[in-house]
Structure formats: C-alpha cells, structure tokens
Ligand binder design. Structure first.
Ligand code: FMN
Length: 401
C-alpha cells in the first residue's frame, strides 16, 4: 500500500473520478463464461454503495439495447447512496425533450442535485432502428441539437415554443425545477466533426475514450477552438479502464489475465461486428488502435488496448503501479482533462483497488470530497394560473427561489 503524497504546487488539482455501473453484466475474464456475472440489480446496488462510500465523484450509467435502462436504474439506486452522482446516458432519439426534461428535473430533486447527463447520439444504426430512430449519422447530431434547445429551455424555466426540422414544441413548461441551475451538467462524447461542433455549442463537458495523449490533445484542441469561436469553455474528461496493482509486474499480469480466456475467433467476430454495425467515428478509432491483434496492445506507455479486442466503446486501460498510473493521468490533466470516468473488471473489487491504491496518489482524500448537498427548490408558482391543477389542488403558493 502506498502512502498519500501531498499535493504540491506542481501537482494539478485532484480530478473528479467517476466509476462505472456494469448494467450489461460483469466478470473477471473478457469474452468468457468463466467468472461471468450476469447483470443483477443487487450487484449493481453493491457497486453503487461501494463507489459512494469510497468517495467516487459519481458513476457512469450507459445506455443501449443490451443493458438495463439507466434512468430507472438510477432511480432505484439514488436512495441507497448519499453523495454519489449519476452520469446518465440519454439518447435523444428515444425520448421526447419534454419527457427527458421532466425526468432529469425529478431525479435531480430526488437526489438533491446528483444528476449528470451524458448525451449519446448513438453509433449503431441497426440498434437505433430497432428503437424506432432512423436518422443517419450527421442528422442524428442535428436532431440532438434541436432536442437540447428544447430541453435546456424547459429546464431553465422558459415557456418553450420551438419549430425545427425534426422537433417541435408549443408552450412547453416545467413546473418542478431541477436542483442544479440552469440544468444538470451536460456531458457528451463523439469523435466526428459533427460531434465536436455540438459539444462546443451546447455541452458543459466533452468526454473522450482513452486514446494516446497526442490524439486526445488533437480532439480537445478542436473542441476548444470551436467553443472559443462561440465564446464558450468546456470541461474535458477521459473514459478509460484502470488496472492498478502495487507493482508494474502485477498490473501487467492482471491485464494479461483479463484476456486469458479470450479466443481468436471471439476477437475476430467482435471486430467484424464493430466494423459492420457501427457508424461511429470514435468506435473505428478505438478499433484502429490495435487492429484486432493481440501482440501490440501497449499502444502508448502504460496504455493497453486489450479490452477493445471485444468490448465496444471504451477499449483501453491505463495499466501500472499507483505512482505510474497517477503520472499518466497527470499527463492527460496537462492537456485539460479534469474528469476521469474509470472502470475495471470485476467492477466491485476493482472499485476498491482503485480507491485504495490510486486515490492517495491523486490527492483525493479518503472517502472523497464531502460536498454539501443542495436543497430542493420549491415548485414554480404558477403565476399566471389561478385554476386548480389536474389533481384538484391550487397551484403552489411559494415562488421558486
Ligand atoms: C464516454 C462515452 C460514453 C458513451 N456512452 C454511450 C452509451 O452509453 N451508449 C451508446 O450507445 N453510445 C455511447 N457513446 C457513444 C457516443 O455517444 C457516440 O454515439 C459515438 O461516439 C458516435 O459518435 P462519433 O461518430 O461522433 O464518434 C459514448 C461515448 C463516449 C465518449
């Protein structure tokens, strides 16, 4: 076990470290039935409670056909946690903006301001078609732009009248405001020019999968430049797995072990699926890092692409002892990254390893930061409404602060 190293002038502020809820299942070996843990609500609750107690800033909850619904999962886990934030994937194609605004506000109120939102334009056209959403790659970003204009207006308390190419709203309102004003923070990932532009225009934080630092730098520079033209600034985050052990040798042995039951056929089938079923620039960049080969997986010092041999999306891990991994994270911090969305297999055990070994090296206090929770605002006084609401009660008497 390492001893805490105090933050010095040369050490950047501790990043926000989020963990991940494996709502599609978990396990000790990728691509294998051995040690597989099918998704289970009680297990997800164990991970959320561990992340809460260990002091993670939040947990990312993904969305897709092969996983539990993130919004319902968060609603169940919020009462079982105290400070953990929930970074909830939101696919604009499967919600209306008004429903998404109401759900975001209600969850933010139920959790005293612990909702973060990860807007996901989606990168698998077949899967999206199954969900009833048929737009092509760039049109999905145009649709998301319209969606966010309506969503942000509603959360900010406006009466929204909007007519776009894809979406329309006439007199929409939100009477129960979110705790976080004007709205829960909007995170966003995507590697295409259309994604970078939408990040710059309407989001609070840009997330990138764990590519080598120079590639991450190029993406951040592009988003930053686009945002500067609009007079905006964003925060930046890295979505990456972590394999941290007391020694380098142990960490690399753990990485090898994770893919030790993975067959070449399984890798080939997964790579074929990613190529054929995904139109996401980001997914193709991930696949290009290793080209489906097992022999060149350390693609940059301590950055290992073995996970992406079979996992879609985030496919790389920082591997090493605590000091080395912390130093690699600081390299990304020097590029502007202030948020790490991490994970590791299995997610319960690895949440402990990362917190116990790495948090001290990053200057994160034991148990995490103890931010005070925000109070829940009163409903909006229906200033222009004197009639009873649909439940037969008068409108709220107290004006929102
Ligand atoms: C941190 C992060 C998390 C993501 N989570 C999801 C997810 O839960 N579900 C999903 O379908 N896509 C997810 N994506 C994919 C992106 O939202 C986006 O659809 C994809 O990268 C396609 O965009 P591109 O062509 O601009 O790269 C995620 C991307 C990033 C960077």
């Amino acid at each position: 076990m390492t001893t805490p190293s105090p933050a010095t002038a040369a050490t950047p502020a501790a990043p926000d470290i989020l963990w991940f809820l494996p709502t599609a299942g978990d396990g000790a070996y990728l691509g294998s039935e051995i040690g597989h843990r099918p998704v289970d609500p009680k297990y997800l609750a164990e991970i959320a409670r561990a992340a809460d107690r260990l002091g993670y800033y939040g947990v990312l909850v993904p969305t897709g056909q092969s996983m539990e619904d993130p919004w319902i999962t968060a609603a169940a886990l919020i009462p079982q946690t105290e400070r953990l934030r929930f970074l909830l994937a939101l696919r604009p194609g499967v919600f209306t903006p008004a429903l998404a605004a109401r759900q975001a506000a209600t969850l933010d109120r139920l959790s005293n301001g612990r909702v973060l939102i990860n807007v996901v334009a989606g990168g698998a056209p077949q899967e999206l078609a199954g969900d009833g959403f048929f737009l092509d790659h760039d049109a999905r970003y145009d649709h998301a732009r319209e969606f966010l204009h309506i969503w942000r207006g509603l959360l900010a308390g406006e009466t929204v009248r909007y007519e776009g190419e894809h979406l329309k709203a006439d007199g929409g309102r939100l009477l129960f405001p979110p705790v976080q004003r004007p709205h829960p923070p909007l995170y966003f990932g995507g590697s295409s020019p259309a994604a970078h532009q939408l990040a710059a225009e309407l989001h609070d934080a840009y997330l990138t999968w764990g590519e080598p630092p120079e590639q991450v730098k190029a993406k951040i520079d592009d988003v930053r430049e686009r945002a500067a033209k609009l007079g905006r600034t964003l925060r930046y985050g890295l979505r990456v797995h972590l394999i941290v052990r007391e020694t380098e040798a142990e960490a690399w042995a753990a990485a090898d072990r994770l893919i030790s039951h993975l067959s070449d056929d399984t890798i080939a089938a997964a790579q074929k699926r990613f190529r054929e079923e995904s139109d996401a620039v980001g997914q193709h960049r991930m696949a290009d890092l290793h080209g489906g080969r097992r022999d060149k997986l350390e693609i940059s010092p301590n950055l290992w692409a073995g996970i992406g041999l079979v996992r879609g999306g985030a496919g790389t891990a920082l591997v090493g002892d605590p000091k080395t991994v912390a130093a690699r994270i600081r390299e990304y911090q020097a590029l502007g990254i202030d948020t790490i969305v991490a994970s590791g297999y299995p997610h319960l055990e690895e949440s402990y390893r990362v917190a116990e070994l790495l948090f001290p090296e990053l200057g994160i206090p034991a148990g995490g930061r103890r931010d005070r929770l925000a109070p829940v605002p009163a409903p909006v006084a229906a200033r222009t409404e004197t009639r009873l609401n649909w439940e037969g009660f008068p409108p709220p008497l107290v004006a929102a602060s």
